[in-house]
Design a protein around this ligand. Structure first.
Ligand code: PGA
Length: 245
């Protein structure tokens, strides 16, 4: 696992965005795995600015998002489909038909998980997956205790995750209790992974990742067994590491 420290969040986003842009230029048909939440927003803004200024094209790129809330339609402002359309897809030249996010509003959730897993396989897997990390080490919505072999599945969200995500809703009660997420096994099949860690609130998680053992009680620890992971972390996130060093 390679670690790149950035002086601040903006620089971290620029470095990660430049990395993604290079990969898209090298392979215009890149299969790109995407994440939601607060951390990737600066990256998406940088990708949009670059697209407008330099014309980097996403016309042939296919994207797969990590997860979606159960029970929200794609036009619900709190859905991850809405987040992605609003914060990235509608501002670059990717056809929406090439953007994939699990459907959280279907009757048969198990069938949807199988469909999504198969869809990724039919595209011969993800070339580059972007990940954030939860305070409890979750990746996607894979909460502590999730099997490292898991495929796309339905999860019950922990109260800490619902609390952390309540900032995107009017109240914590509005945060759905379930989600569909790519499994840890699905994520690990990606050929390359970028993990983004920003802010003081994530420094304990980063410390646990770097110094703890590989164990299902801390989902992100599995990344230490992947051959090609780069961690981009800002100064606030690495601050606590300096104390431990
Ligand atoms: P955040 O979420 O980027 O909003 O902190 C990351 C995560 O929970 O995976």
């Amino acid at each position: 696992m390679k670690i790149i420290e950035a002086i601040d969040y903006k620089t971290m986003c620029k470095m990660a965005a430049d990395y993604i842009i290079t990969k898209v230029c090298e392979n215009p048909r890149l299969k790109l795995g995407l994440a939601t939440g607060g951390t990737p927003l600066g990256i998406y803004n940088t990708l949009i600015a670059d697209h407008k200024k330099n014309g980097t094209s996403y016309q042939w790129v296919t994207t797969f998002n990590l997860d979606e809330y159960v029970g929200l339609t794609g036009d619900d402002p709190s859905s991850y489909r809405h987040y992605m359309n609003h914060n990235l897809f509608n501002q670059i030249d990717i056809p929406l038909s090439q953007t994939n996010i699990p459907h959280g509003d279907v009757q048969d959730l198990e069938q949807e998980c199988i469909r999504y897993e198969n869809l990724i396989s039919e595209h011969r897997g993800i070339d580059l997956q972007i990940l954030g990390i939860g305070n409890n080490g979750h990746i996607g919505f894979n909460e502590p205790g999730t099997s490292f072999n898991s495929k796309t599945h339905v999860v019950e969200l922990t109260s800490s995750t619902r609390e952390a995500n309540s900032r995107f809703f009017n109240s914590v009660e509005e945060v759905p209790t379930r989600a569909i997420t790519m499994g840890i096994g699905t994520i690990m099949k990606s050929r390359e992974i970028l993990l983004l860690v920003s802010g003081e609130s994530k420094s304990n998680a980063l410390h646990a990742l770097l110094n703890g053992k590989v164990d299902e009680s801390f989902p992100a620890s599995v990344l230490k067994t992947h051959p090609k992971v780069t961690v981009f972390a800002d100064k606030e996130a690495v601050a606590c590491l300096k104390v431990f060093r």
